[in-house]
Write a protein that binds this ligand. Structure first.
Ligand SMILES: *Cc1c(COP(=O)(O)O)cnc(C)c1O
Length: 223
């Protein structure tokens, strides 16, 4: 099936409150343009340099989401244009994003990545680490970032019960952290669900899904 058909099939099943991020990492600009011409305006990448290159080449009415692990020294390459950074897993990273955003007079939206998987390989904070940061005095001083939600990745497994448990964990953490409403932290987004599990994620409360291979086909490397 074509990228257009894949996109339309997925969009048909999505409730109105769920945002679709088309994950285009490793795919050529021609593939992204197919999705763009089908109406898609939100793209997710997991490497900053690749995202910056695609940003240069593509129309400027696209929202670019950084969904991968972010290295502090590369924040500067996306600070002028990135729309949402999903993988915040430490305070120093927030400080760097704040510093770079300030240079462009921007407020950059961010999601806190919560470690919900039992696997060790996944990044993220615990709920209490996140809560501690949000309530700290240093955090309140960061005027050029805004935390608008949480993000999580479930264990890579076929066990639906396990995935469901992990997604529910993220939903609960969201509800807990949502109470900590500050000037630069207003939680509204739950980013969870990928090609294999987005329907389950939506059932568990997801408001933003990150779908790659079901739109663009499988990638040529394991990621
Ligand atoms: C690659 C990736 C996705 C998309 O994965 P698919 O299984 O291809 O849909 C979603 N989220 C993150 C963080 C990713 O790195």
């Amino acid at each position: 099936m074509s990228i257009l058909e894949n996109l339309n099939n997925i969009k048909q099943t999505l409730p109105d409150h769920v945002t679709l991020v088309a994950v285009s990492k490793t795919k050529p600009v021609s593939d992204l343009m197919e999705a763009y011409n089908a109406g898609q305006r939100i793209f997710g990448e997991n490497k900053i340099q690749e995202m910056a290159d695609k940003y240069e080449e593509m129309p400027k009415d696209i929202d670019w989401h950084m969904i991968g692990h972010v290295q502090r020294n590369k924040v500067k390459y996306m600070a002028s244009f990135v729309h949402l950074i999903h993988g915040i897993d430490n305070f120093k990273l927030l400080e760097e994003i704040n510093k770079q955003a300030k240079k462009y007079n921007r407020i950059i939206d961010c999601l806190i990545q919560i470690k919900i998987a039992e696997e060790d390989s996944k990044f993220g904070m615990t709920a209490s680490e996140a809560s501690e940061i949000i309530q700290s005095k240093d955090f309140l001083e960061l005027q050029n970032i805004k935390i608008i939600g949480v993000m999580g990745m479930a264990t890579f497994t076929d066990d639906q019960n396990q995935i469901k448990k992990e997604f529910s964990r993220l939903k609960n953490t969201f509800s807990e952290l949502k109470q900590l409403d500050t000037k630069n932290c207003k939680l509204e987004t739950i980013s969870m669900g990928m090609s294999g599990d987005y329907q389950l994620a939506i059932d568990c409360g997801s408001t933003m899904i990150r779908v790659g291979s079901s739109i663009f086909g499988s990638r040529n490397y394991s990621n």
